[in-house]
Design a protein around this ligand. Structure first.
Ligand code: AHR
Length: 519
């Protein structure tokens, strides 16, 4: 008996470890849906490492195929995810950037040291015209961050005038530099991380500065500004409290930065070599962790602004791991695995639930920095697993959120360096939305590394035809795309979804992200 018994016990263990779990999803009774602004899918491009230079911009004379200096491959990739808004020029870089250095003939532009990011010398060849023209090419809104840390009110005022005025001295200068018509610029950030790299200010001091700088950001030629105050990081609820009290409705938006990294001191852990606990911890930080942070900031904002007129913008978020071995220090170049894709799916599903207050988020960053959409090397480009999540989620833009609740198993993950915030999280994350034509979009993520999960989704009355079902999965949580193997992780058509008695049954593989529409 002994050998057979042992064998059976081992087999039972394997079977139970790889069992198919069951979960259910239902519409929240009475829950009011709200529109998922397309800006929830916003991007961030900073003068940092090879995000701009090499990532977006190679210059007109480059051998790399380009349109007016912008890489064709990256342009196409960004168009395919319908990039709605791009934040620029930083980040920390914004508070050392002097915009007048980045206009006029390229050969006359002065150089500067990028003190925040590796001390690289910046030649200013990508400036205001290059950024705003890129936004026009992509059809996205520009979001320009002003220099409050080391700039002046006059510099800020003139920049807004230069970009948006039809006539006047700044418009004349712009025209001399080749651009006749003003651009439309809606989003203006007044400083970045003013509590840190943006000037190490106290919130009491910053709120006065905000009011002063924002006063002189004028609206020209019918251009309407959406002014955004530099907000808190993660758990700094006092920053939000004082900003709401002191700035109130002089701002349209208040930002929040929320990164997923194990620690700010020492190693943040490898992007491609991590254990299961680290995987689960990252996922949990973007489900219950992110939820707790959003709830608390929103609760404070609600107290001062019950109508939800001041929006919360998570204008930097994403994973932050150790830089790739061999890459330039300070350039924050990291790989992107299935773990990052899972973080993206859990975060986006959550952002959908907050669209009454959270009107924009900007993942950091669009190319070659932190949790990127694309990685480039010379003339090669790879699309990351995170990119594919953004692509799969496109149908949710401007659709009405359908609030849902998920009933499933949970896991717990610990971070030795962050004992203050223990993490428990559901394995399954779901969001749903209804497009203007009535199509219902469903987005599911199963973070479980061992078990498949049969998810029953009950959204009430829906159509009967499943369309565009896709799955993003791989055999290992560390799997990622490289320049040699660019197609290792990419979405595949998905068949295991059906409608039975008005309910949707989705047989999700372990560690998978599934999206589809119902008509
Ligand atoms: O995204 C990298 C940096 O992270 C940004 O420059 C800064 O705002 C944040 O600390």
């Amino acid at each position: 008996m002994k050998k057979t018994g042992l064998l059976l016990a081992a087999l039972a263990l394997v079977v139970s470890m790889n069992a198919q779990k069951k979960s259910s999803v239902s519409r929240v009774a009475g829950g009011e849906g709200s529109t998922i602004n397309k800006e929830i899918y916003g991007q961030f491009a900073e003068h940092l490492g090879s995000c701009i230079y090499g990532g977006l911009w190679v210059g007109k004379d480059s051998k790399i195929p380009n349109t007016q200096g912008y890489r064709n491959d990256v342009l196409q990739a960004l168009r395919d995810i319908k990039i709605p808004v791009m934040r620029w020029p930083g980040g920390c870089f914004a508070d050392e950037y002097h915009w007048m250095d980045g206009i006029g003939p390229q050969e006359n532009r002065p150089r500067m040291v990028n003190n925040n990011w590796g001390g690289t010398v910046e030649d200013n060849s990508f400036g205001t015209h290059e950024f705003l023209n890129l936004c026009e090419l992509l059809g996205c809104e520009p979001y320009v961050s002003m220099n409050v840390g080391s700039g002046s009110v006059e510099e800020t005022a003139k920049w807004v005038e230069y970009m948006t005025a039809k006539d006047g001295p700044m418009a004349k200068l712009r025209k001399q530099n080749g651009r006749e018509q003003p651009w439309k610029v809606k989003y203006i950030g007044v400083g970045n991380e003013s509590w840190g790299c943006g000037g190490n200010m106290r919130i009491e001091y910053y709120t006065d500065l905000y009011r002063r700088y924002a006063t002189y950001c004028r609206e020209y030629s019918g251009n309407k500004l959406f002014k955004i105050a530099s907000g808190a990081t993660d758990y700094d609820y006092n920053w939000t409290e004082v900003a709401m009290k002191q700035i109130g409705n002089q701002m349209k938006g208040l930002s929040l930065h929320y990164y997923t990294c194990y620690t700010w001191e020492g190693s943040k852990g490898s992007a491609t070599n991590f254990d299961e606990n680290q995987y689960y911890w990252a996922v949990a930080k973007c489900s219950t962790g992110l939820k707790e942070v959003l709830d608390k900031h929103v609760e404070i904002m609600d107290r001062y602004d019950a109508k939800g007129q001041v929006k919360l913008l998570v204008d930097e978020w994403g994973t932050w791991w150790d830089e790739e071995p061999g890459s330039i220090r300070g350039h924050l170049y990291q790989q992107n695995s299935m773990r990052d894709a899972m973080v993206a799916a859990f975060s986006l599903n959550l952002f959908h639930q907050y669209t009454k207050r959270v009107s924009m988020t900007n993942i950091a960053q669009v190319a070659n920095v932190l949790q990127s959409m694309v990685l480039t090397k010379d003339d090669k480009m790879v699309l990351t697993p995170t990119y594919y999540v953004f692509k799969m989620y496109v149908p949710n833009m401007e659709a009405e959120n359908i609030p849902v609740t998920v009933n499933c198993d949970t896991f717990t993950a610990e971070n030795e360096r962050d004992k203050e915030h223990p993490r428990q999280s559901p394995y399954v994350s779901v969001s749903a939305s209804r497009a203007k034509d009535g199509t219902v979009n469903v987005n599911l993520a199963n973070a479980d590394l061992k078990n498949a999960n049969e998810v029953t989704v009950d959204l009430g009355s829906i159509g009967s035809t499943i369309q565009n079902a896709l799955v993003l999965t791989s055999s290992d949580m560390k799997d990622h795309n490289t320049f040699d193997k660019p197609g290792k992780v990419k979405p595949q058509p998905f068949k295991d979804v059906q409608i039975k008695d008005g309910k949707i049954i989705v047989k999700m593989p372990k560690m998978s992200i599934v999206t589809f529409s119902v008509r």
